[in-house]
Design a protein around this ligand. Structure first.
Ligand SMILES: [Zn+2]
Ligand SMILES: [Zn+2]
Length: 338
């Protein structure tokens, strides 16, 4: 599936790639749709898709089909998951231990296809072998789960704390699952409809229907003894919800801005509370090779099993329909198996 620009996704026949030096070619066993793909299809993506046309999709696991010269860590037939990016390892952010902020992050797309070629830097840093018991469809969650692990780590969540996640999409759910696994009480805020009903059934945490209350903030305060939550996380990428996240946090609390908003947007910040209540406001972006490995390890160990977030299964030809389903809030994640 080739992305030619906003609204223009085409099915095309391309030659099976041959691996150059340091590269791997995978046969894709499982790919997952992601809200980022929906957003990208609508308006493009300045960071992940710097130029078009390009192969599309970024959450996948597969089997090594061909190994380029000089690659020693993998062999044909190995089952692996690859992240969708590789840091440079040399810039100040990388050397400072924050590879997610790499100034030369190399992005890789092409999950919605039968084969994908992985560039040398990705092969060297961000391809992880899979234990036999870890199915590809679960392993393909490595990338979004690594993002969620990073977001929750930013908030330094402790057992017994209340974590409010605003947004009940797949990443909101993963954030909730990670926080719950760390012993937090989780409150997921979503909007009435198919998706929130489905999320309720998954039992990740308490669910709050934003359409059934006059004020989400008042409802969160009511459910936290009037104090607000120790941690609030925005997983919607909407400026007005970022503001709610700040308003609903407790004294001394931490707010994580996990959802990326449209370029040029801004929020209003109440200076008095931010100062006198020592609020901590944190951005959270992307993942690191270490977080990808942690994500794979947690799924292999069965500590985090995100399978329930797969709501549909569709063939490669129907990726466009799958993304429309996502856009309408009628799917959580669609499993695409070529
Ligand atoms: Zn994603
Ligand atoms: Zn770097």
């Amino acid at each position: 599936m080739v992305f030619h620009g906003p609204g223009d996704l085409r099915r095309e026949e391309l030659p099976v790639p041959a691996p150059g030096p340091g590269e791997l070619v995978l046969r894709i066993d499982a790919a997952l749709t992601c809200g980022t793909d929906v957003k990208t299809l609508r308006r493009g993506h300045p960071v992940m898709i710097p130029r078009v046309p390009t192969v599309f999709g970024h959450e996948f696991a597969g089997t090594v089909r061909a190994v380029g010269a000089g690659v020693r860590a993998f062999r044909e037939g190995d089952r692996v998951v690859a992240a969708n990016s590789a840091p440079c390892g040399a810039c100040p952010s990388c050397r400072g231990g924050r590879a997610n902020l790499c100034e030369d992050l190399l992005f890789v797309n092409g999950a919605y296809g039968e084969f994908i070629a992985l560039p040398p830097r990705l092969v060297a840093t961000n391809v992880v072998p899979l234990a036999p018991a870890l199915p590809a469809r679960r392993a393909a969650f490595a990338e979004p789960l690594a993002c969620a692990l990073g977001g929750v780590a930013r908030a330094r969540v402790e057992a017994g704390q209340t974590v409010v996640v605003l947004g009940a999409g797949p990443l909101g759910c993963l954030l909730g699952m990670v926080a719950a696994a760390q012993g937090a009480r989780v409150l997921l805020v979503g909007k009435a409809g198919w998706r929130l009903d489905r999320v309720r059934q998954l039992g990740i945490g308490e669910c709050l229907d934003a359409t059934k209350t006059g004020s989400v903030v008042a409802e969160i305060r009511a459910r936290t003894g009037g104090r607000g939550a120790e941690v609030t996380i925005d997983a919607t990428g909407r400026p007005e919800v970022w503001e709610e996240a700040v308003e609903a946090v407790a004294r001394g609390g931490r707010v994580v801005f996990f959802g990326g908003c449209a370029p040029g947007t801004a929020i209003r910040l109440e200076t008095r509370r931010t100062h006198y209540e020592e609020l901590t406001l944190l951005g959270a972006f992307h993942h690191t090779p270490e977080l990808i490995r942690r994500a794979v390890g947690l799924m292999a160990a069965g500590t985090l099993v995100p399978d329930g977030l797969i709501s549909h299964r569709m063939p490669l030809e129907e990726v466009g329909e799958a993304l429309e389903l996502m856009a309408r809030g009628e799917a959580l994640k669609v499993l695409v198996e070529p």
